[in-house]
Design a protein around this ligand. Structure first.
Ligand SMILES: Cc1cc2nc3c(=O)[nH]c(=O)nc-3n(C[C@H](O)[C@H](O)[C@H](O)COP(=O)(O)OP(=O)(O)OC[C@H]3O[C@@H](n4cnc5c(N)ncnc54)[C@H](O)[C@@H]3O)c2cc1C
Length: 380
């Protein structure tokens, strides 16, 4: 059976997220972008409104939302600002390895802890020398008695400098590539961890992006998530789950860009008439509307498939690649429709364009999504 109706609960969640974006996020977006401000106060309000930690299961006291629910909320929060929303939703990425492979104690301590007070967690896999090629990571671990000792550097980590705990990945032997990688979870304030916020991003500037250094970090043996040597598998499963939510970021940004264009094109005049009269611009906006609808269909389907545990995972890559690229095109066209004003920070479309670019880079670049898709096509 094919259905396109959202449930009452999903409609309410979307409305709550949109209201939150309009009342709490949009008024702060420009200033936080300019000053690279991490909007902890907005996160406090999102936490109080139940708009964080979507996937934490009900048996731990969490909302226990599915990927489709989380994607719907993320879309509407990102209508306000993708950077501030990144601070609110980065926890979802870090909770996934524990949901996929964590034991009951790890779930109780780390996932349960997220519900007691506003707290943040980070998913740290990328390194200065290893991004797309995850299996080439250099962060190592070795066993010493009842402990693991980690050494290496992770960077570009969302909520990396503000997180209360970290899920990370390290290898026992770099030569083993993906087979040597294991996953760990531990508090972020342990001796042996140093962190700093990285500055100077093009977009999503309100988001915290951090560098994390493990200098002979000692964690107990219980910090390992799942089975030794299976970390790469957990990381890839994490991305299958997270990519629809990331694709939804693009829908929110793109919808906002289109709405801004419709409004502006009615107000701005050229050649004695509103610029909305020009078919050239009408067609650009019509194309945006078509693409946004396609973004929604791909994303909601991919999210539905994850929620229904339906293989194969390639739909998450369809959604992520399409939404990232469409969002980039839509926001670039939005700047064009605004003309010179679009290029200035007086109007929000230049920020939307800068925020959109990150979607083609993180959680697997647009090229890597195509590698995943092509591999699936050519699999014997
Ligand atoms: C703001 C921000 C937030 C981020 N948040 C997180 C986070 O929370 N956690 C985390 O672990 N990481 C995070 N990242 C890291 C992000 O996932 C990586 O930047 C991304 O995976 C790309 O890796 P790279 O930057 O090393 O680029 P590279 O891997 O060096 O890629 C460079 C270029 O080569 C292309 N390329 C590489 N391999 C191939 C191939 N096989 N075929 C075709 N093209 C290829 C890429 O598409 C890209 O165009 C974040 C990054 C940013 C900028």
């Amino acid at each position: 059976m094919l259905g396109f109706e959202l449930t009452e609960e999903q409609i309410e969640l979307k409305a709550l997220a949109r209201k939150f974006a309009e009342q709490e996020i949009i008024p702060r977006a420009r200033e936080c972008d300019e000053k690279e401000t991490f909007a902890r106060d907005v996160c406090e309000k999102a936490f109080a409104a139940g708009l964080m930690n979507f996937g934490v299961p009900k048996n731990l006291g969490g909302p226990g939302l599915g990927v489709l629910d989380a994607s719907l909320i993320t879309e509407d929060l990102c209508y306000g600002c993708a950077g501030i929303t990144n601070s609110i939703t980065a926890n979802d990425l870090a909770t996934l390895p524990l949901l996929i492979a964590g034991n009951e104690e790890q779930k109780r301590v780390f996932l349960g802890g997220l519900l007691k007070k506003l707290s943040f967690c980070a998913f740290a896999i990328t390194e200065p020398g290893a991004g797309s090629d995850v299996a080439s990571m250099s962060t190592t671990y070795r066993r010493e008695g009842d402990e693991f000792v980690l050494r290496g550097t992770k960077h570009f980590i969302s909520n990396g400098s503000v997180s209360d705990w970290i899920v990370t990945f390290a290898t026992s032997d770099k030569r083993l590539r993906h087979k040597g990688i294991s996953c760990f979870v531990f508090p972020a304030n342990l001796p042996g961890i140093t962190r700093r916020r990285m500055h100077g991003k093009l977009g999503q500037r309100a988001a915290d992006t951090g560098e994390i250094v493990y200098d002979d970090l000692r964690v107990s043996a219980s910090a390992m998530v799942g089975r030794e040597g299976e970390g790469f598998k957990y990381a890839m499963a994490t991305f299958d789950h997270s990519r629809p939510e990331t694709a939804a970021i693009g829908i929110g940004i793109a919808q906002r860009a289109l709405d801004e264009c419709v409004k502006y094109s009615r107000q701005r005049s050229a050649f004695g008439q509103p610029i909305s009269n020009f078919q050239a611009l009408q067609f650009m906006m019509a194309d945006m509307a078509i693409e946004i609808e396609a973004m929604r269909l791909l994303t909601y389907k991919a999210a539905w498939m994850v929620d229904h545990k339906a293989p194969p995972n390639v739909n998450s890559s369809y959604a992520k690649a399409f939404c990232a690229d469409a969002c980039m095109k839509i926001t670039t066209d939005a700047v064009q429709i605004f003309g010179g004003y679009g290029y200035m920070d007086e109007y929000p479309v230049q920020k939307l364009m800068r925020d959109a670019k990150l979607l083609q880079i993180y959680e697997g670049t647009s090229q890597i999504q195509r590698v995943v898709i092509a591999r699936n096509l050519l699999r014997e």
